[in-house]
Write a protein that binds this ligand. Structure first.
Ligand code: ADP
Ligand code: ZN
Ligand code: ZN
Length: 747
């Protein structure tokens, strides 16, 4: 990674709070090829020019001040690269490929150090010899006044050390007794600090399941690759319930036995509970997890454990890819198609690509798994950039569920205006009678969808964001982007018409309806409203897993990855809702959701069934999902991507211009448009825009977008660098700023 620059920006203390503090040094000519981000150097520091160690975070030709004031780097450290070097190198890669400052990239990669007090545990132990203790025990035994002391000495003669709370609660010894015994030198009170645990699950370990033939073949193949040093990323395309998790576990066992560590990325907070349990049962307290709901202190402690080697496996969402393990052997990416792997904050990195880069740096293997691979990954697998393994069968007794497609237009023709088709209703009755469980999936939250005017057609929009507001059944309209809340208006704010109404169906409405038809059924609802407190997901999922409810109603978060053996019916209330989003991935996302939803059915001993209700039963993503035919879907989808020049066949970046002031945003957009037009000549660059972004305003910040497409992503990276450079050089655009979103996912 030789950069060959004149100056090096060096950081002396690589901790989150000090990342802004860099010092510039001259790079001596003979070191030019050795200096790049992450390298450890010795530099003369301070007035006395004391030699200290630091890390190069950037090599640049831009001097921060008069060159004559700069000192030279003394030497390049030849020690083996510490974990900090790896992370700085990764930050550099992120900055280059996704567009951000080095500081933003470092802050993404380097874990936050917090000043939180460590968790402490107090213990009581004897401070006298055994002989003295025996003497004291006799004395206490003879005096009524000392019954408490006698109790304690008796316990301490059996157990050398007792936890404080056992002594005070169980043995009922008062604080003052303990203090006075400590004062007279009979006992010692010791304090032990420990790192917080996030896993509060302490069942016995269970034996590994024996892998079936399909699973064993995949494991053997990947192990063979590892042995021969072939670290090509591996994609496991395995139908829902084919036992991918068992494959991960088996591979991790192998990696750990070679003294290396594992990171397991999972997409949703909702998945943590079940996944962590499964890993915990096999690896005990060598496993930890992080998620966004942990406190800073808890999160920090988990990374600390990773650095210290107290754990071997870290499970977590995309940011877990930065877990500071010293010797990573494998990075697993479960449900690799999930859009949650893409960061929505600058730098907008994708955890899959970042994992592949991190693995490349440390000679580790990336293993991805999905029942509905992303079109990107399957494309790479088809072109031998990834290796592909296929699991065609479920690991359990039953095969994939039977899917019924219901045309809602026909239902309407036959006079059924309710949420449920006759087919779904009958199957629900059947499952409730048999005491089995049902999942109802709605692709939306809130009581109902957007409220719009039937006269002028305008939806009621948030005044801070350019999006429709969603009706909740407390009579309010809520903006899901900023939380702005107003009472539902009686008349259209645009034209004054009184004919305004909510369209669409939400979780609350479905719940109300189910309760009306099946008053005795026990219903759980899982959506953003019911899961907002800490542990909300886990509680609902655990209750459903314990069969405390018959029906689980929910949005996206219930259909992903979960394993509920008693569920033998899944109903998709309206499959179309995600189809019409203005997104080139709309068909892919709809296909994934439907297939994943169907995959929740029939995972136990009963054969599963699925009802997909839709207004567009002929759409290819719906028919292929109903047939659970991923390769068929892929063939059609990749053709569409090819014809309309979309990723993965074309590189694409969204240049997003944001500003609280509309004119500033327009000016910067015009400047960038002119610049890319100039660059486009002879480059084969396709420029779309500038135009208002899909959501033209969020929280009072205006957003404009220019899409750039080019066959080669590297060219887009170059153009990004050029845009950054010219904005910096060419003056002021007020508060307007620019963000880059490569391979955009949610615009
Ligand atoms: P996936 O991650 O592919 O959806 P899971 O790993 O969750 O699948 O496995 C689905 C179900 O099959 C789980 O209940 C799991 O315990 C079970 N299972 C997986 N592998 C085996 C096996 N080799 N033998 C028996 N049961 C298995
Ligand atoms: Zn808003
Ligand atoms: Zn109106």
């Amino acid at each position: 990674m030789a950069v060959k620059a004149k100056y090096a920006n060096v950081i002396v203390d690589i901790s989150h709070e000090k990342l802004d503090k860099t010092f510039q040094y001259l790079i001596p000519a003979e070191m030019a090829t050795e200096i790049f981000p992450g390298v450890r150097v010795e530099i003369p520091f301070g007035r006395a020019n004391r030699l200290i160690k630091g890390y190069v975070i950037e090599a640049t030709d831009e001097s921060a001040c008069d060159e004559r004031l700069l000192k030279q780097i003394h030497s390049v450290s030849k020690d083996s690269l510490p974990i900090e070097s790896q992370l700085i190198q990764l930050a550099w890669w992120i900055k280059e490929n996704y567009g951000s400052t080095m500081n933003q990239a470092l802050k993404t990669v380097i874990p936050v150090k917090t000043k939180v007090r460590p968790k402490t545990k107090k213990y009581i132990e004897l401070d006298v010899s055994d002989k003295e203790a025996a003497g004291l025990l006799k004395i206490y035994g003879n005096t009524k006044k000392f019954v408490a002391r006698y109790r304690l000495m008796e316990e301490l003669s059996k157990e050398k050390m007792l936890p404080w709370d056992i002594v005070t609660d169980k043995l009922n010894i008062s604080d003052s007794t303990l203090k006075s015994m400590e004062k007279s030198g009979i006992i010692r009170i010791s304090v032990e600090t420990s790192l917080r645990d996030t896993v509060h699950y302490h069942d016995a370990k269970s034996d590994p399941v024996s892998l079936n033939t399909e699973q064993a073949a995949v494991v053997n193949r990947i192990k063979k690759d590892m042995e021969s040093g072939d670290m090509t990323p591996h994609l496991i395309f395995g139908v829902t319930g084919s036992g991918k998790t068992e494959i991960y576990i088996s591979l991790i066992e192998e990696v750990i036995s070679r003294g290396r560590q594992a990171i397991v990325l999972i997409p949703e907070i909702a998945l943590t509970y079940q996944t962590v349990m499964r890993f915990y049962k096999r690896f005990g307290d060598r496993v930890s997890f992080i998620n966004s709901r942990l406190s800073q202190g808890e999160k920090h402690d988990q990374f600390e454990k990773a650095v210290n080697g107290d754990i071997d496996i870290m499970i977590g969402p995309r940011s877990a890819v930065f877990t500071p393990f010293k010797k990573i052997g494998i990075i697993i990416i479960d449900e690799e198609h999930e859009s949650a792997y893409k960061s929505d904050m600058v730098p907008k990195y994708h955890a899959r690509e970042t994992a592949i880069e991190r693995a490349r740096m440390t000679d580790a293997l990336v293993v991805m798994g999905s029942a509905t691979p992303s079109v990107e990954s399957y494309y790479k697998a088809s072109n031998n950039i990834f290796r592909l393994s296929v699991l065609e069968n479920r690991a359990t007794v039953n095969d994939l569920p039977q899917v019924h497609l219901v045309d809602l237009r026909e239902e309407l023709k036959n006079g059924n205006r309710s949420i449920f088709s006759d087919r779904l209703l009958n199957l629900m009755k059947d499952r409730l009678e048999k005491n089995r469980q049902i999942i109802l999936f709605i692709n939306r939250r809130g009581y109902a969808g957007f409220v719009s005017c039937r006269s002028c057609g305008e939806p009621v929009k948030c005044i801070h964001c350019d999006v429709g507001m969603t009706a909740h059944n407390d009579g309010n309209l809520v903006c899901h982007y900023c939380g702005y809340r107003i009472p539902t208006p009686k008349a259209c704010p645009e034209c004054g018409s009184k004919y305004i109404a909510a369209f669409g169906i939400g979780t609350q409405k479905v719940e109300a309806y189910v309760k009306k038809i099946f008053p005795d059924s026990r219903v759980l609802r899982m959506d953003t409203d019911t899961t907002s407190q800490k542990g909300g997901h886990e509680k609902i999922l655990a209750a459903f897993a314990n069969h405390e409810a018959d029906i689980l109603i929910g949005t996206q978060m219930i259909v992903k990855g979960h394993d509920f053996p008693l569920v033998s019916l899944v109903g998709v209330i309206a499959a179309d809702l995600s189809l019409y989003a203005s997104d080139f991935r709309a068909a892919e996302k709809t296909f994934q959701l439907l297939t994943q939803a169907a995959g929740r059915s029939g995972r136990g001993t009963d054969k599963g069934e699925v009802v997909i209700q839709t207004y567009s039963p002929d759409n290819y993503c719906i028919t292929y999902a109903a047939n659970q035919d991923y390769p068929g879907f892929y063939q059609q989808e990749i053709l569409y991507r090819k014809l309309s020049h979309y990723p993965p066949l074309t590189g694409m970046v969204a240049v997003i211009i944001t500003s609280p002031d509309k004119t500033c945003a327009d000016n910067l957009a015009a400047f960038i448009a002119a610049l890319v037009d100039r660059l486009a000549a002879g480059e084969g660059l396709q420029v779309i825009g500038p135009s208002d972004a899909g959501i033209a305003k969020i929280k009072d910040i205006y957003r404009k977008v220019i899409y750039l497409k080019h066959e080669e992503n590297d060219i887009l990276v170059k153009i990004k660098n050029q845009i950054e450079k010219e904005i910096k050089e060419n003056g002021s655009f007020g508060q307007a700023g620019v963000q880059f979103d490569f391979d955009p996912m949610n615009n």
